[in-house]
Ligand binder design. Structure first.
Ligand code: BG6
Ligand code: MG
Length: 218
């Protein structure tokens, strides 16, 4: 049997950090004199920090020189880091540890494939770092999702062919990246939004051992 690998996105899959990203972007938007809604924040899922700021400035109709743009990127991240400062295991999404433990018990290699540059400290805070054989995040890629780069690097690090990798993702761009890498894409969240995924679940509580065992045999 050929080896299979599992790749997890972080934000929205392992932890619900979208609310902290939202608070930090909203604070910046308000300081710049415009509103930023929760609905607009949906567009930021899976999207790199730089691209998020570009979209935010488009929403507010604000133009910025490079120096100012870079300073706002730093401001947003300083605020975000303050919001996640006290995160702990209680913020891990339901049944994520159960699935990680199942994979570990079956000696399945596990990687993180995230756009975030804050991935490692978050995994440390929520005490899940030891589960991951490889961490590929915003610091390791040159192309953002929907480009498959982040997942292809993860597969290579795990020593598993791309078509033998399973990806859990909550963002449309992430599902597209997994599909582009010819991986088995599993959408976590609203099926209408993640319609391009091969399988879809609202959350990990819906993923049972039978389904995981089936994936291991695929
Ligand atoms: C993704 C989030 O995982 O990471 C995006 O879904 C976020 O909302 C992106 O913008 C980059 O994160 P960070 O932590 O590097 O600003
Ligand atoms: Mg995500």
């Amino acid at each position: 049997m050929q080896k299979i690998g599992f790749i997890f996105d972080l934000d929205g899959v392992i932890v619900d950090t979208a609310k902290y990203h939202y608070r930090a972007w909203k604070k910046l938007a308000n300081e710049l004199g415009f509103e930023f809604t929760k609905e607009q924040n949906e567009m930021f899922k899976g999207v790199s920090r730089k691209r998020c700021l570009e979209i935010l400035l488009e929403i507010g109709n604000v133009t910025a020189y490079q120096e100012q743009f870079d300073a706002w990127m730093v401001d947003k991240n300083v605020d975000y880091l303050a919001y996640i400062e006290n995160m702990d295991e209680s913020e891990v999404l339901p049944d994520v540890p159960r699935v990680l433990n199942f994979l570990k018990d079956n000696h399945i290699p596990i990687a993180l494939g995230s756009a975030s540059k804050n991935a490692r400290p978050i995994l440390e805070k929520v005490k899940l770092l030891p589960f991951f054989d490889s961490i590929v995040d915003g610091n390791n890629v040159t192309k953002a999702k929907p480009d498959p780069e982040v997942f292809l690097i993860a597969a290579e690090n795990l020593g598993v062919p791309s078509n033998k990798c399973v990806v859990f993702e909550d963002a449309v761009a992430g599902i597209q990246a997994a599909n582009a890498a010819h991986m088995i894409s599993i959408g976590i969240g609203d099926q209408k939004v993640l319609s391009e995924s091969k399988y879809n679940f609202n959350d990990f509580t819906e993923i049972d051992t039978d389904f995981l065992s089936k994936l291991l045999r695929s």
